[in-house]
Ligand binder design. Structure first.
Ligand code: C2E
Ligand code: CA
Ligand code: CA
Ligand code: CA
Length: 248
């Protein structure tokens, strides 16, 4: 895979998927999702190349591109709309992620309170002091930290206490099974009340139908994301969605 060439040729872009506040149905922000448009092979999904980018070290420059592009785009949006950016654990291990975030905020002029960084449990599993102090420094800047794919790893509960999370994202595997699995329903209810009681925002990803949305609202989940609301779209195609968002 020509990942290095892809970056210099400008073949990477970001798509944005709205995050919906379930209290009022309004858009609270967008998640940035990386896309690679290969000249011969067409669109390649991130699952097919993020792992290779991590192994080859290219996640450093690619991650910096994502942070800067997302912050610059979000700086042009009205009101308090937030931008959520995915970070790979490898970006914490070998790169100065703090400097990259500071740089992206600096060049974009985006307020730190409008940036949410999404990380997965795998970052925390080695219980690294370095990762913890980096997360604390990021929180100190004023950016939010979300635990992505919550419920899919190990010992999630102890991580919630040890790390400075502001938001929990319930993994879409639980949402997918909601209609058929009483166990998934119980787990989702438990995660929502846990997050609410810990003072964190809780968002469910992968909402595809109105029944699942109704269940989540009834359970007290604060935010949602999924094809029911919108698929991820290029910047130019979300202008209509943003125009309908509340401006402050
Ligand atoms: P993720 O962070 O869990 O992102 C959510 C994934 O679910 C996205 O897949 C999104 O398109 C998809 N999705 C959203 N709504 C629905 C729905 O209603 N149903 C279903 N079935 N899927 C839905 P995508 O864009 O293919 O991204 C896959 C993964 O790649 C992401 O999972 C994230 O882990 C990673 N990724 C994406 N962009 C970046 C990036 O800029 N940096 C890093 N490090 N990882 C990224
Ligand atoms: Ca994510
Ligand atoms: Ca996720
Ligand atoms: Ca995921």
């Amino acid at each position: 895979m020509d990942l290095r060439e892809a970056l210099s040729r400008g073949e990477f872009s970001l798509h944005y998927q709205p995050l919906i506040s379930l209290d009022n149905g309004e858009i609270s922000g967008f998640e940035a999702l990386l896309r690679w448009t290969h000249p011969d092979r067409g669109d390649i999904p991130p699952g097919d190349f993020i792992g290779i980018a991590e192994e080859t070290g290219l996640i450093g420059p690619i991650g910096r591109f994502v942070l800067e592009r997302a912050c610059r785009d979000a700086a042009g949006w009205p009101g308090d709309l937030k931008i959520a950016v995915n970070l790979s654990p490898a970006q914490f291990r070998s790169y100065d992620i703090l400097a990259s975030v500071v740089h992206a905020l600096d060049v974009s002029g985006l307020s730190p309170s409008r940036l949410d960084l999404e990380i997965t449990e795998s970052l925390l599993m080695d219980k690294s002091e370095a990762a913890l102090s980096t997360l604390r420094a990021l929180r100190h800047l004023g950016v939010g930290i979300s635990m992505d794919d919550f419920g899919t790893g190990y010992s999630s509960l102890s991580y919630l206490r040890a790390f400075p999370f502001t938001k929990i994202k319930i993994d879409k595997s639980f949402i997918k099974d909601l209609h058929s699995s009483p166990d998934s329903q119980a787990i989702v209810r438990a995660i929502v009340s846990l997050g609410n009681n810990l003072g964190m925002r809780v968002i469910a990803e992968g909402i595809e139908n109105p029944d699942d949305l109704a269940f989540l609202m009834e359970a007290g989940c604060g935010e949602g994301q999924g094809y029911l609301f919108s698929v991820p779209k290029p910047l130019k195609d979300i202008a209509g969605l943003i125009a309908g968002a509340p401006a402050t």
